[in-house]
Design a protein around this ligand. Sequence first.
Ligand SMILES: CC(C)(COP(=O)(O)OP(=O)(O)OC[C@H]1O[C@@H](n2cnc3c(N)ncnc32)[C@H](O)[C@@H]1OP(=O)(O)O)[C@@H](O)C(=O)NCCC(=O)NCCS
Length: 207
Amino acid sequence: MTTLRLEDLKQYSDVVRTRQGEALNVRFVEPRDTDELQHYFRSLSTRSRYNRFFGAISELPYGLLRDFLQVGERERFTVIATKMVDGFETIVAEARYALHAETSTLEFGLSVNDRWQGHGIATALMKNLECRAAALGAEHMVGDTLRSNEPMISLARKSGFAFVNHPDDWKLVRFDKEIHVAPKDIPCASWRLAALSRQADSPSASV
Ligand SMILES: CC(C)(COP(=O)(O)OP(=O)(O)OC[C@H]1O[C@@H](n2cnc3c(N)ncnc32)[C@H](O)[C@@H]1OP(=O)(O)O)[C@@H](O)C(=O)NCCC(=O)NCCS
């Protein structure tokens, strides 16, 4: 499996749409987003934060905040979905994903601002993550969620994931989906191009 060049990451941003058709920009987080990202997590409801991090936190602890901002380090990436509110680019959702090359798996977690939940944003963001998984050559997408998290379980089921018991923690359930998308068929234009150029650069990746 080959990966995308870190110096290229800045160019990748996508437009996804809410169920009502409103456009959101999805892009990698940048150092300039530090305060807004922390504000986003502080503004989530207690329940949403608990469901996202499987524990009670009021904000991102410093170490985790630093990890969120280190895009590409150890094949871990953070993306944010933003919209303009009163002239400010505001984060309405985030996702973090890690590529585990040894198992060809992309693991992810995500959240949507409580005010924006129920608008199809997580559905759209997960489709975008599938493009990224396919572009990175992942064969599976997986995530963990609390057994009590009905919205996430329902979302994963509707998005075509299957469920297995978590190997280490009975409170969690793991959802898993096989990714079978050839580079030319990746539905997100920027990731299709990235995958095709990666394929062209690396003849062994196409066999
Ligand atoms: C789970 C979460 C990401 C869903 O985001 P969302 O943008 O509201 O989801 P969508 O609008 O795309 O909804 C898609 C499906 O999810 C399910 N869903 C979403 N909210 C739900 C709710 N409150 N109750 C039950 N099911 C729900 C439904 O099946 C829904 O399909 P429908 O609209 O046809 O009924 C969001 O609730 C969230 O951020 N929760 C806190 C963080 C979290 O739990 N993260 C998951 C751990 S990784």
